[in-house]
Design a protein around this ligand. Sequence first.
Ligand code: ADP
Ligand code: MG
Length: 424
Amino acid sequence: MGLLVQKFGGTSLATDDARRHVLRHIVREREAGYSVVVVVSAMGRMGDPYATDTLLALAGGGHVPARERDLIASCGEVISAVVLCGLLWAEGVPSVVLTGAQAGIRTDGRFGSARITRIETEPVQRRLKEGAVVIVTGFQGLSPDGDTTTLGRGGSDTTAAALGAALRAERIDIYTDVDGILTADPRVVAEARPLKAVTYAEICNLARQGAKVVHPRAVEVAAQAGIPLRIRSTFSDDEGTLVTGPGMLESGEVPDRPIVGIAHTAGVTQLTVSYGSADPGDMQVKVFGTMARHGISVDFINVTPSGCVYTVFDADADRAIRLLGELGCAWSAIRNCAKVSVVGGGMNGVPGIMAAIVEALTDEGIPILQSADSNASIWVLVRQADMADAVRALHAKFGLGRTAEAARAASQPVQEESLWISED
Ligand code: ADP
Ligand code: MG
């Protein structure tokens, strides 16, 4: 029988009750005959005693070097892994804990945001052959110099996907605190609806635009290996969302939908720069070169002959502004903005989506500060204070909610157009 990778996130491991559910999912698959590799995150969220952010805060701010920061950041997963191991043994299920390094996960040397480069599968395979559930600490690996590295936010998802790919798993199951991937963050949109089946591309886009339910890198890794990914809740038996390639879906399973969901990212600052009488070519090279050299990631870039507009994370805004001052640029800044994205693999070439977006936001009186698009998303920049209203307005406009879905099912057949743009 096959092998499954199961990944459990922070809230899934935070309490006794939650860990009982985790145990139930592991035992169920094992009894179904699967070999099981379990990837765990640290328990809970900031403020919880063993959460990664709590450990980092304990170590203090700026004085701990990056190498040592990664060492303490990797401890939370060790704690949850050992606790889970004990619970499994208490149920008579043999289990063994491997740290990222012990599990053969090799990364590059970038502390805090390392990338997995290779996995030596022998240590995991040996334990699986011995009949154990292998628990691997997520979010970490070993650098070429033999140091512990961490993979950045959401990194345990990537650990699970990379292990699944290396071990040729039948499926990678990401267990979390919601019923799968929804049409928007349920914390913002109460009517958000779980998606049954989606493609890697759709979810990769949604995740990149801020839907933090699964890390985009994990989706990429699973897609490259062609291994199905399931996102589901630890707290129910609902099977959640199945993510596969378009060719792997049973025919008719996925509707040809232009829009799959709405995502948001808060905490960005819009910078508007004017070059004055300086040479535009020179200035744009200087501005973006300077940002790059200082490790400031830029987004939402519009370049014109007289200047440029772009966004940076709020946390980088002061530094970015200081650097612009040093270059002699005139600048203005709008802090506390949010990027709201309408995402869908099938929107390319479909007319009327931008029209629907501006209509929805104008009706709510929400100013659009900037917009941009790719073949699979359209983003607008709004003030953070307007973010939740913007997400809800767009979710309703594109008919993504539960009610719209129910209404749609009840009124078959429907016009192609009314599937995604509600006509008022
Ligand atoms: P875990 O600790 O299990 O990795 P995360 O907090 O990383 O959990 O991700 C789950 C959270 O992602 C949910 O609680 C939900 O608020 C948020 N989320 C954002 N966008 C979406 C979406 N489109 N679908 C589902 N959840 C989403
Ligand atoms: Mg997560």
